[in-house]
Design a protein around this ligand. Structure first.
Ligand code: UT7
Length: 338
């Protein structure tokens, strides 16, 4: 692999200065859900690998509080102050208000004024989209230090009478502080950000009657709640996820075991297991925490990154592969050299 060739044209690279994450204390177990809808611990574990998920205590906790905590922890980990940031990017589909953005409120609260601040909406791919964007802005010299946050408080958009979604999702936030490095071969040496909007109705949050997708009129959709065609998303995800990993390996000239860690969006343990099996990935390098946290949408990749870093599970002598897919439909990947 030629790292220099992949990053030719860039005068500088990017490093992860710190990471942080936050999850609520509240736990919703499969047995709790089985008391609410027609499901069982056995069914959920078999189909998804999930045992429990974290749920915000509303209105005390939510996307804003989790995001702020995650970024504060990332700054602390980096030994930095909010005022040293040039930009704050937050990825979420569960922001409290459309305006102001979550990023503006968080930047204001951590003293990052007058850093730029904006939100990214790419559902579960949001953290990887934000990371790729931040990497590019730093590489070209438009910013020196950027805080990225992926956070979703999915419990705020779940209809707990709908077992097709209630069993899957949880709440979490993950954050990273990215900063300029003199070595251009550090940071994202290969990345993708892609989407296919023609499949949007497989996963969406209708706010008004006229936003309900054709064919969904007969379903009991609660406005403002997540609507998911699980089977459609599953088919899309299995294919796209594997293609994204294969593409990342091929384009950066890596064999599966030349990657130090795989940080995958925690959508469903079966989707990750299928990629491990089909692509021959070393399973000990593929982190899975979905059993404890469920699918936390934009929160999941950042949460994994932080948990892996803090527990010494990232072999920094080798590149890390980050990969996610989600509503839109969107998908994104990054091969990150430390
Ligand atoms: O983060 C990105 C977004 N989301 C995803 O990645 C999710 C992708 N999809 C999935 O993970 C899976 O499709 C689910 C876990 C959501 C569902 O698993 P599945 O194996 O695709 O189930 P299914 O929808 O095909 O349903 C199979 C059976 C059906 O019964 P019949 O028709 O075979 O009698 C369902 O009615 O299981 C039934 N079922 C349930 N039973 C107990 C569906 N949901 C449940 C449930 N508990 N919660």
């Amino acid at each position: 692999m030629n790292h220099a060739a992949l990053t030719a044209g860039f005068a500088r690279g990017v490093r992860i200065a710190g990471t942080g994450s936050a999850v609520p204390d509240g736990i919703l177990t499969n047995d709790d859900l089985a008391r609410m809808v027609d499901t069982s611990d056995e069914w959920i574990q078999q189909r998804t690998g999930i045992k429990e998920r974290r749920i915000c205590d509303k209105p005390r906790e939510g996307t804003l509080t989790l995001s702020r905590l995650a970024v504060q922890r990332a700054l602390e980990d980096a030994g930095l102050d909010g005022s040293s940031l040039d930009l704050v990017i937050v990825a979420s589909v569960t922001g409290e208000m459309a305006c102001p953005s979550l990023a503006c409120r968080i930047a204001g609260e951590i003293g990052a004024t007058p850093a730029g601040a904006f939100d990214v909406v790419a559902a579960c791919s949001g953290f990887v989209y934000a990371m790729n964007l931040a990497d590019s802005l730093i590489r070209v010299g438009r910013a020196n230090r950027i805080a990225i946050v992926g956070c979703d408080c999915m419990s705020s958009i779940i209809d707990y009478d709908d077992r097709s979604v209630s069993i899957l999702f949880g709440d979490a936030a993950g954050s990273a502080i990215l900063e300029a490095d003199d070595d251009p071969t550090k940071g994202s040496i290969y990345q993708t950000m892609e989407a296919d909007g023609s499949g949007w109705q497989a996963l969406y949050i209708p706010r008004r009657e006229n936003e309900i997708a054709p064919g969904d009129e007969e379903n009991p959709i609660r406005l403002g709640c997540l609507r998911m065609n699980g089977r459609e998303v599953y088919k899309f995800a299995v294919t796209r996820f594997q293609r994204a990993i294969k593409d990342g390996l091929e384009k950066s000239g890596l064999a599966p075991d030349e990657v130090g860690a795989y940080i995958c969006h925690q959508s469903n343990a079966r989707i990750i297991e299928s990629a491990v099996e089909k692509l021959g990935l070393p399973s000990e390098k593929v982190f899975v925490n979905i059993d404890k946290f469920g699918n936390s949408s934009a929160g999941s990749v950042g949460l994994c990154l932080d948990q892996m870093r803090k527990s010494g599970r990232i072999d920094e002598s080798k590149p890390t592969m980050l990969v996610a897919f989600g509503g839109g439909m969107t998908w994104a990947s990054s091969v990150w050299r430390h």
